[in-house]
Design a protein around this ligand. Structure first.
Ligand SMILES: NC(=O)c1ccc[n+]([C@@H]2O[C@H](COP(=O)([O-])OP(=O)(O)OC[C@H]3O[C@@H](n4cnc5c(N)ncnc54)[C@H](O)[C@@H]3O)[C@@H](O)[C@H]2O)c1
Length: 322
């Protein structure tokens, strides 16, 4: 039985809930902090009796202080995720991002947990100069007038605050940058769920065997999707074995185009899909794929294949979007 007490902010979110369940299974006593802006307690079904659940806003300094008190490891994941939100409520994205980092770090300086593990994002690179991208890549924002960068900006500020606030502290910071994590119940504002919703509508509830859908961009854009169980495995590795002050990529290295992704989804569903390109929203990047050498050096081995993860995800959304 591991004794280190763990706080997970954003712990009823998509990745947070999967992480919480893994940590409980590993024997850590876990406390969850979330305001359920995008999280839901149902994600923790079967685990609610085994953990301490605090409903609160990460911008509430007093509540965050109380939540961090007595903890040995703080995982800070609370953030406003979902691409639509970056464009529609950028001020809230920044408010939660910056105040969330400041409050959790202030509490960390006060109560001195052994480790503070920050969730950042691949979005900090905007368009990377090299793909696959390693952690030494420069981070970059090319247009502060584009609301999309509220998210990446909030992550960059959080990284700066984490490394500098904890520089003289006994608490060891570790930062992880996830790249396109997916899985069942990941929310609706991401590439895979958005495609599945469109497909559900255009096939009359997945009944027709042939369809045509509009996609953002030409579909030549690439991503490397990482199933949530693999991401959680890597996040726990960062916390248990990652070096203090280091940054680790989280993801998989299977770079595929959106057109290839659509073809694979079509195969799972048994639907022949034709795509119609539309203009890409400003701020997206044409290619993304992490170099995972650093996390692999900690012993990471992929626990589940991309194909199996995609099948589980498609099955979940097919049932839910009817
Ligand atoms: N999913 C990905 O592919 C991905 C990629 C890069 C980075 N990340 C980062 O990983 C973390 C987890 O992402 P996710 O996909 O689980 O997103 P998510 O939206 O499901 O989880 C974030 C959680 O933060 C909570 N939250 C939002 N505002 C809050 C507030 N004011 N107070 C308290 N809690 C609040 C939400 O309710 C949600 O449960 C986030 O920090 C996200 O930015 C995710």
């Amino acid at each position: 039985m591991k004794k280190q007490k763990v706080l997970v902010t954003g712990g009823t979110g998509f990745i947070g809930a999967a992480l919480v369940k893994k940590l409980v299974d590993l024997g850590y006593p876990v406390r969850v902090f979330d305001n359920n802006f995008r999280g839901k307690n149902t994600r923790l079904e079967g685990y609610l009796g085994k953990l301490d659940l605090i409903e609160g806003d990460i911008r509430d300094e007093k509540k965050v202080m109380d939540a961090v008190k007595g903890m040995d490891i703080v995982y800070h994941l609370a953030f406003i995720n979902g691409t639509r939100h970056f464009y529609e409520i950028p001020e809230q994205v920044l408010d939660v991002g910056v105040r969330g980092a400041l409050n959790t770090l202030k509490a960390t300086l006060e109560y001195k947990p052994a480790r503070y593990i920050l969730a950042s994002s691949s979005e900090v690179y905007q368009t990377p100069t090299k793909v696959p991208t390693d952690e030494k890549e420069r981070i970059f924002l090319d247009d502060v007038t584009n609301p999309r960068y509220s998210y990446a900006g909030g992550k960059i500020i959080s990284e700066l605050l984490t490394l500098n606030y904890l520089r003289k502290s006994t608490t060891e910071p570790v930062i992880f940058r996830p790249h396109n994590v997916f899985g069942p119940d990941m929310g609706w504002e991401h590439v895979i769920p958005e495609l599945l919703v469109k497909l559900g509508k255009s096939t009359n509830g997945f009944k027709s065997r042939k369809t045509k859908i509009e996609i953002q961009g030409t579909g030549e854009e690439t991503r490397a999707f990482c199933y949530v169980d693999s991401a959680v495995e890597q996040i726990v590795l960062c916390s248990e074995k990652g070096a203090a002050g280091e940054i680790y990529h989280i993801g998989e290295m299977n770079e595929i185009s959106i057109l290839q992704l659509i073809e694979m989804i079509g195969k799972v569903l048994g639907i022949d899909i034709e795509t119609v390109p539309t203009p890409l929203r400003k701020g997206g990047t044409p290619r993304r794929c992490p170099d995972l050498a650093k996390i692999k050096s900690l012993g990471y081995k992929q626990p589940i294949s991309f194909e199996e993860g995609l099948k589980r995800t498609v099955d979940w959304y097919r049932k839910e979007s009817k």
